[in-house]
Structure formats: C-alpha cells, structure tokens
Ligand binder design. Structure first.
Ligand SMILES: NC(=O)c1ccc[n+]([C@@H]2O[C@H](COP(=O)([O-])OP(=O)(O)OC[C@H]3O[C@@H](n4cnc5c(N)ncnc54)[C@H](O)[C@@H]3O)[C@@H](O)[C@H]2O)c1
Length: 330
C-alpha cells in the first residue's frame, strides 16, 4: 500500500486525514512541530494500535536534516501538506510570522521532495485566496484577490507549486477548502492558539463556559440577514475529497486546483441558530464591529471537483453542528 507523508499531522484536519488514511490501509508518516496543536491526536493514533503509523516532531522551517532523514528512510509516494498557520485575524496581527512559516515550510518540503524524486504533493489551500469576489459562487477560474495576509500566503504557495509543477518536476493538487467544521467520531479535539480560533471554536468556547458571549463580527453586510455568509463543510466530507484527489494523481500532469465546499451559502446567524436547535443549547450572542480581512460572502462553485474528482459533500448543516458539539456532551 502507498506511503504518505502528512505534514501538520497533529492538527485539526491533518489528524482526521491520518485516522481515515490508516483505516483505508495507507502507511502514514506524520510530522508536526505542535505550534498549533498538542500531542493528543498523535497519541490517539499511536494507541489505536496502528502499525502503519509513525510520527516525528519536525519543524519544516528549521529541521531540514530531520526531514531529509525521513525521506532517506522511507519510500514516499505522496506528500499531503497541511502544515501552516491558518488564521485570517492572526495573520493581520503577525504578517511576518505568517509569511515566514507558510512559505518557508513549503519551500523546504519541496526542496527535499525534489532531492529524493518524490513527485506528488497535495496542498491545503483556502477559499481566502478569492477575497471579496462579486461572482458568487466562486469558481477556480475567478481572479484571486486575497484580502488578508493569510490568503496572500496561500496564493503565493499555489503559485510557487504551480511553477514547480509546470516544469514537470512535481505534480501538485491544491484543494481550496471552504469552512470545515464538526469532528470525526472518536478523535480527540484539537486545541488551537486563542488567536487562531474560528467561528465554531468560538461557539464551543461559549458553550463550555470558556467565554461569556459569542461575538458576531458585523451585521451590516449586504447578505440575507446582514451577517457574513460562508460555505461550511463537514470535516468528513473534506477528508474524503483528499482520497479522491490521491486517485487523480495517476491522470495528472503538472498542476490542478479544486474548490472543496458544499456550494451552500450559510449566514453566521443561521449556523448559530442551527447549532442551538440541534444541540438544545442556549448562549448569549453579541454583535461587534466587522473585522479586518473578513469578506461579506464566499461560497463554492464545486462543479469542477464533482466532474473531475467525482467527489461531492454529503453531510448537512445539522450534522456539522451535532458533530461539532458531540465530543463535549456530558
Ligand atoms: N481549518 C480551516 O478552517 C481551514 C480552511 C482552509 C484552509 N485550511 C488549511 O488547512 C491546513 C490545515 O488546517 P487545520 O485546520 O488542520 O490547522 P491546524 O492549525 O489545526 O493544523 C496545522 C498543523 O500544522 C502544524 N504546523 C504549523 N507550522 C508548522 C511547521 N513549520 N512545521 C511543522 N508543523 C507545523 C501545527 O502545529 C498544526 O498542528 C492549513 O494549511 C490551513 O491553512 C484550514
């Protein structure tokens, strides 16, 4: 069975990918520097008696020799590159930290891939590359105009990988994730840095009493109810898209990019209402000012992934909200 190197294996999406990959029989080598995660999910994966899982603590920006050693000792077929910083807000506060980490990690990783002739890389991009687009839903052909440092680092990564791939040295698939939420059954939940928390992390925080109220940032956007609209997608559906992408490498020459979203536009107020309803839970919501870097509306035209990868999302908003809260239920 194929061997996959997973960067960012301890994180929210990376750990879910590892669990699913192991269940599907892949051999997985995980790496992470725990800059935005703990070792909880790694311990869980180790303890689930998976002989085909190994893990090394490696910082992609600093530990080039450790990374090289992994390539020397393993015959790697695919690299799935989740490692990176992921918050729009944090990126506006710490632009250098985002440019350094998100670019340097990919440069080092691809440098070693090229040294050892490993060709296939699946890259975690983001819908934030589109910025404020008047063409909704956004398709892969839309012009990229990121409004945040985070989005700009994703666009730069895509461009870098595309350049390496069109020269025939690498094959890259970039997946532009929309807004993954929910949890995979049994997986321990992740603990991101405070500044890197998203809407669902903040909903959970208010529900477990970590915070007193939930902030909605802006209710004066030109959207259905004034709050921002996003394309929320269940993490399981998002993970499934990766395995369809791995199959697609066989046909791929060069570079390809896919939107990974449901194609539904859901307002912040709507997801809060659904979360409260399905989980029979109440909490205080406060309207605050808009935040720099946030766009009013962004949802996916997912027809390319449907047609080429033969993938589409199956789970609805209610399941996303139920599975987000499930690990915390007493
Ligand atoms: N979660 C989302 O809403 C979302 C949306 C779009 C795109 N993405 C992208 O998907 C990827 C995974 O996201 P996630 O939600 O799992 O984030 P996460 O923060 O939970 O996981 C990322 C992991 O990468 C690790 N990491 C960061 N820099 C590293 C480095 N230099 N060396 C080694 N490890 C490093 C972190 O410790 C963390 O465990 C990220 O690239 C993110 O930008 C996420």
């Amino acid at each position: 069975m194929s061997r996959i190197l997973v960067t960012g294996a301890a994180g929210y999406i990376g750990s879910a990918f590892c669990k699913e990959g192991l269940e599907r029989g892949f051999n997985i080598i995980g790496i992470d520097n725990f800059s935005n995660s703990s070792d909880q999910s790694i311990n869980f994966l180790m303890e689930s008696k998976q002989h085909n899982f190994t893990f090394s603590e490696v910082d992609l920006c600093k530990d080039l020799e450790s990374l090289r050693e992994i390539f020397v000792n393993n015959d790697i077929n695919y690299v799935v590159h989740f490692a990176g910083f992921k918050s729009v807000i944090e990126s506006q506060m710490h632009p250098k930290m985002y440019w350094d980490n998100n670019l340097e990690s990919t440069k080092n990783l691809t440098r070693i891939m090229l040294e050892y002739g490993v060709k296939n890389i699946l890259f975690s991009s983001s819908a934030s590359v589109y910025g404020k687009s008047n063409n909704q839903p956004v398709s892969e052909a839309c012009k990229l105009k990121p409004m945040s440092v985070y989005g700009a680092t994703k666009e730069a990564n895509e461009k870098f990988l595309e350049d390496l791939s069109t020269k025939g040295n690498l094959k890259t698939i970039s997946l532009r994730y929309f807004n993954p939420v929910g949890n995979i059954q049994m997986m321990p939940v992740n603990s991101p840095r405070q500044d890197s928390k998203n809407l669902m992390d903040n909903i959970i925080d208010v529900c477990i009493g970590e915070t007193k109220e939930l902030n909605i940032f802006g209710d004066d956007y030109k959207t259905s109810d004034g709050t921002a609209e996003r394309d929320f997608i269940h993490i399981q559906d998002l993970i499934d898209a990766h395995f369809e992408s791995l199959k697609y490498f066989e046909q791929l020459n060069g570079y390809e990019v896919f939107n990974i979203g449901t194609g539904n536009s859901v307002s912040v107020k709507n997801i809060i209402k659904t979360f409260k309803e399905v989980n029979s839970i109440e909490f205080v919501v406060k309207i605050s000012d808009r935040r720099e870097g946030d766009v009013p509306i962004c949802y996916a035209d997912n027809s390319k992934a449907k047609n080429i990868l033969k993938w589409e999302a199956k789970k609805d908003l209610r399941e996303m909200c139920l599975d987000a809260w499930r690990p915390y239920k007493k």
